[in-house]
Design a protein around this ligand. Structure first.
Ligand SMILES: [Zn+2]
Length: 95
């Protein structure tokens, strides 16, 4: 006897957020704009790139790992967790 698991082609994973790559110019549903890649890796997520995000509400800029960009909230005006320091950002001295 053989058990076969049927997975409809093109269905599985379609709803999943594909956040492995993040295009500059993308705005998530919390109003956070992806500015650019920050050119460094995260401390807690090996292999993940950090992206510079810009809040469309208050203008705050901060870094976040690519896989977390899609549901990121602004740390300054929306109660998100503190961002990752981005080396080239003008506001880096604030951290
Ligand atoms: Zn903000």
């Amino acid at each position: 006897m053989q058990l076969k698991r049927y997975i409809a082609p093109g269905r599985a994973g379609r709803q999943a957020v594909r956040a492995a790559t993040v295009e500059p110019g993308t705005v998530n549903h919390h109003g956070q704009l992806v500015v650019r890649r920050a050119g460094r890796a995260t401390d807690d997520l090996p292999g993940q790139s950090v992206y510079l995000l810009h809040c469309n509400r208050c203008g705050h800029e901060y870094g976040e790992a690519g896989i977390r960009v899609h549901n990121r909230k602004c740390p300054q005006c929306s109660g998100g967790t503190p961002g990752i320091a981005v080396p080239d950002a003008p506001q880096a001295s604030l951290f």
